[in-house]
Write a protein that binds this ligand. Structure first.
Ligand code: BDR
Ligand code: CA
Length: 320
């Protein structure tokens, strides 16, 4: 059983990933930490509280960072993707429960100190909370069991960015935090667009969720109307990549993925702001930027139908 801190800017695909963690037989949620990204910090924290309350998720919820550490790509929030409220503009109740007092970064440190070597972190938003946690506790890499990050795009099979030709939104939203976290030495796997764009869900997949996952399926059907409208507007049809749930799948079912290994740098300025670059052969480069940095694993291929089946199976457990 993996005990998981879920670090999230909870929008549509984040909510789907949270329900995946909740239903999966091999995971137990230790905490949820929020970070601004898909919507404001107030909105994403409200979303975490609402989803947790509706589906009986007891894990404590901590408010994290309201903005990036350094220069970020773009301004405002992507309401054209996730809706103004971050959950596809479905009507949301006022949450009955509240976030904890402790700030998100402090909560990560506190939990890691109390459970050394036991906790995994799945980070599916900007990496600001983890960068702040590392500043508070430099020994964090030894205290955490592992980290799986949804972020970046590394060019495997020709994949390109979603917020610039070379940049993915979570890395672009706080490049400095991403560069610090990926260089910190936490045992890390990075799940980028290279595999999330290959793991697609369509209306037939949502219909199957509605059949098999009861209320969770109905909820996902409701929040994905806006999401599918956005992707349809791009000319992709009523289908979309499965981003954040892919990080959960990589944590729980690593056999679905193959990886490359090496240090990762994230570009913190200039035209390639937010680009993640894997340096598989640091000793061959004139540049010293990849030398003396711990290696990460970077997902390069995925068994997409296996991933989708794991998702369906886990969500079906919520109906029982
Ligand atoms: C990532 O950006 C966010 O909009 C999604 O929730 C996902 O974490 C994809 O680039
Ligand atoms: Ca996200």
């Amino acid at each position: 059983m993996k005990r998981v801190i879920f670090d999230t800017d909870i929008g549509i695909d984040d909510a789907m990933a949270l329900l995946f963690l909740h239903g999966a037989p091999g995971a137990e949620l230790a905490a949820i930490t929020t970070v601004a990204g898909n919507a404001s910090l107030d909105d994403v924290t409200r979303n975490a509280l609402v989803v947790a309350e509706r589906f009986g998720i007891d894990a404590p919820i901590f408010r994290g960072a309201a903005g990036p550490l350094g220069e970020a790509l773009g301004e405002g929030y992507p309401d054209f993707v996730h809706g103004r409220n971050g959950l596809g503009d479905i009507p949301l109740p006022e949450p009955g429960r509240r976030a904890e007092e402790l700030p998100g970064a402090e909560a990560i440190v506190d939990l890691a100190r109390r459970h050394p070597g036991e906790l995994s972190v799945v980070a599916v938003g900007r990496l600001t909370n983890l960068a702040d946690a590392l500043a508070l506790e430099p020994a964090l890499p030894e205290l955490l069991s592992e980290l799986v990050v949804m972020g970046g795009v590394f060019g495997f099979r020709g994949h390109r960015g979603n917020v610039s030709p070379v940049t993915e939104a979570n890395f672009g939203g706080d490049p400095l935090a991403a560069d610090r976290v990926l260089g910190a030495g936490i045992p890390t796997t990075v799940v980028g667009l290279d595999v999330t764009q290959e793991t697609v869900m369509d209306e037939a997949f949502i219909d199957e969720l509605v059949d098999r996952a009861g209320e969770a399926g109905a909820f996902i059907h409701a929040i994905t109307r806006h999401y599918f409208d956005f992707y349809e507007g791009l000319g992709d049809g009523r289908r979309c990549p499965i981003h954040d749930s892919s990080a959960v799948a990589c944590l729980l079912y690593p056999g679905l993925y193959t990886t490359a290994t090496g240090p990762v740098r994230v570009v913190t300025g200039g035209v390639a702001l937010g680009q993640g670059i894997l340096g598989e052969h640091p000793e061959r480069y004139l540049s010293a930027a990849w030398r003396d940095r711990p290696a990460c694993r970077v997902a390069r291929t995925v068994d997409a139908s296996g991933m989708r089946e794991r998702y369906l199976e886990s969500l079906a457990r919520l109906k029982a």
